[in-house]
Design a protein around this ligand. Structure first.
Ligand code: DLL
Length: 448
């Protein structure tokens, strides 16, 4: 390595800017104390302005001033998706509509979407969260950031766009779709950061390869991925084939959108929570009891500075665990393990609980299995049946029947050992599973 290259690399390693060190590097005591004050203000804001919360509190004989400690926060009832659906579209807003400057919505699979509104101040706060998160991922003002999320009601597009602009990056608003154009832009505009779901990034990678594009020669260096889990196999494939660092960021419409947490370059499989904006708890999804630090359970989030639509103790259904140990990057903010599953992802097949993430973990250990798979559940003669449709890596795919049959048995055996359930395995040739521009769908439950 030349001296100059060496210096540049070292500089990249030492210059790890932290967006707001006063907040992100405060002591745990300072962070917790500030969270409590913000929580008290947020509870008062919701109580005074949103009839739904006032009625809930009054029914319990609870007043905002009763929330004096972290322990008291557990007296506040949880909010779930139904509350937002039942008050569609504006019923939980805390300000007159004239103060709302933006609407976003999350499209559920059934029924009405969940609508959220942002005041001018909310938009500023959101931008702050995205800027902190982007700096964690190593994004710097000189980056050229290409957006592959759609600019629509989904929070991904606009949310991340304004954060990148706020940092001073060159924002390339390519939007979702037209994969070949994405590749052309990456090449012609010298894009350095790609914003996408990991599954769409993989698709961009594959189409590029089919067109003969050499990813090693592109200037792309960071993938800012989110909106869905990024299983280890998919991450490894993208990093290896696109020659970039994949980073994961997490969020959900109900509490803001992207910008709840993000991965720093030191602790690669965890994400720092923006704790000045989000109060986190991890509960047992069955008993709703608070779990101790480090235990896996359902993440409950309370946005701490929302004006348009405050949401108290929102049950995300996302499964994670949280640590408050300081991180090598210098941040002291709590870190959540990557979300691999949701409580409502769990399939019950012949009495056995199965999470798609368990299948992904099995596939991670099988060379030749691609990250592209689908689980189909149906019912044959009254008995539930699980089928794995698995795409093979091109070098693995062959028309030699015996070889393919051996591989199929190998996958089936490994799945049976892990899941304690027999799974029918169907091997598919490369590129047979439909690719998506947004969040990928791994499970098809045909049981009705
Ligand atoms: O997906 C917000 C977002 C956009 C986050 C872009 C990051 C980047 P929703 O459409 O409301 O909002 O979906 C939220 O998606 O409860 C998780 O189940 C899942 N999810 C989001 N980010 C991740 C992630 C946006 N990094 C739901 N890893 C959440 C795993 C994620 N799951």
């Amino acid at each position: 390595m030349s001296n100059q290259a060496n210096q540049t690399n070292q500089a990249n390693q030492t210059i790890q800017p932290i967006y707001d060190p006063a907040v992100e590097c405060a002591t745990r005591e300072e962070i917790r104390a500030r969270q409590l004050i913000l929580m008290q203000e947020q509870v008062a804001w919701a109580y005074e302005r949103v009839p739904f919360y006032r009625q809930q509190f009054d029914a319990l004989g609870l007043k905002p001033q009763d929330i004096r400690s972290h322990a008291d926060i557990q007296r506040i009832p949880f909010t779930d998706k139904t509350a937002l659906r039942d008050h569609y579209p504006y019923g939980l807003f805390a300000v007159p509509l004239t103060e709302i400057v933006r609407l976003h919505a999350s499209t559920g699979t059934t029924g009405k979407p969940i609508v959220v509104g942002y005041t001018k101040e909310d938009i500023e706060q959101w931008r702050y969260c995205i800027m902190s998160m982007m700096q964690m991922a190593g994004v710097v003002p000189s980056d050229r950031v290409q957006m592959a999320f759609g600019y629509g009601m989904f929070t991904g597009g606009f949310g991340l766009h304004y954060g990148a602009e706020g940092l001073g990056c060159m924002m390339i608003p390519a939007s979702a779709g037209n994969t070949e154009r994405h590749i052309m832009m990456i090449e012609d505009y010298g894009t350095t950061v790609l914003v996408a779901t990991p599954s769409y990034a993989m698709h961009i990678c594959e189409v590029g390869e089919q067109l003969g594009f050499d990813w090693a020669k592109s200037q792309l260096r960071v993938g800012l991925f989110g909106g869905e889990p990024c299983p280890p196999k998919l991450k490894a494939a993208i990093e290896g084939r696109m020659h970039i660092t994949c980073t994961d960021n997490y969020g959900l419409t109900e509490v803001m959108g992207p910008g709840v947490s993000g991965e720093c370059l030191s602790s690669r499989d965890q994400q720092h929570i923006i704790e000045d904006h989000f109060y986190w708890e991890v509960i047992d999804p069955a008993t709703q009891e608070l779990l101790p630090e480090g235990s896996e359970g359902e993440l409950v989030l309370t946005p701490l500075q929302k004006k348009g639509i405050p949401v108290l103790r929102y049950r995300t259904h996302d499964l994670t665990s949280i640590t408050c140990e300081p991180c090598a990057c210098g941040r002291t903010t709590a870190r959540m393990a990557k979300v691999r599953s949701r409580t409502d992802d769990m399939l019950i097949i012949r009495g056995t609980n199965v999470f798609p993430s368990q299948v992904e973990d099995v596939l991670t250990g099988i060379p030749g299995a691609s990250p592209h798979y689908r689980l189909v559940v149906d019912n044959e003669a009254g008995l539930d049946r699980l089928t794995l449709l698995l795409e093979l890596e091109p070098q693995m795919f062959s028309d030699a029947f015996v070889e393919m049959d051996d591989f199929r048995h190998q996958v089936g055996d490994k799945l049976r050992n892990t899941l304690q359930l027999s799974v029918k395995v169907k091997l598919l040739e490369p590129n047979s599973i439909e690719r998506t521009m947004g969040k990928s769908k791994h499970v098809e439950d045909l049981r009705g």
